[in-house]
Design a protein. Structure first.
Length: 141
């Protein structure tokens, strides 16, 4: 385990895959929650995603700014995964640009319905969630 994403990690994360973010749940003894997310790794070595400013995920991260994200190979590929655990910052800037990039990465925007849905996301009140790695674990078969 390290605290740094390697070039090989970044190449893996640059492929279109879902990430699964886990955040603390509110209250003592509450279970953490995990959700699938679109994400991207950055040249600075962080991982970022976006969410609605009033979403439960963002509320939980404001209370406890730590998260993990797990990204795994697709079905039919040899087993491989990367788990990143770290502190989180919630950034008010750049969320629309990030959502636009990720929408183009994950969806076929020639589909008018998907393009319209993405425009609604970009135009909504969203923030960037940035995970600053403290621990990076990985496995490749």
């Amino acid at each position: 385990m390290t605290a740094v994403l390697t070039d090989d990690d970044r190449a893996f994360l640059a492929e279109t895959r879902l990430g699964f973010i886990t955040v603390a749940a509110p209250g003592d003894g509450a279970w953490p929650t995990t959700r699938p997310v679109w994400f991207e790794s950055t040249p600075e070595g962080t991982v970022q995603l976006f969410s609605g400013v009033t979403s439960p995920k963002v509320r939980r991260l404001r209370d406890s700014p730590r998260a993990s994200i797990l990204v795994a190979n697709n079905a039919g590929e040899p087993e491989r995964w990367i788990s990143i655990v770290g502190t989180v910052t919630i950034e008010p800037d750049g969320a629309g640009e990030l959502a636009s990039r990720l929408g183009a990465r994950y969806w076929d925007l020639s589909d008018p319905e998907k393009a319209a849905t993405l425009r609604e996301m970009v135009d909504s009140d969203i923030v960037r969630i940035v995970i600053h790695p403290e621990t990076v674990a990985r496995y490749a078969a």
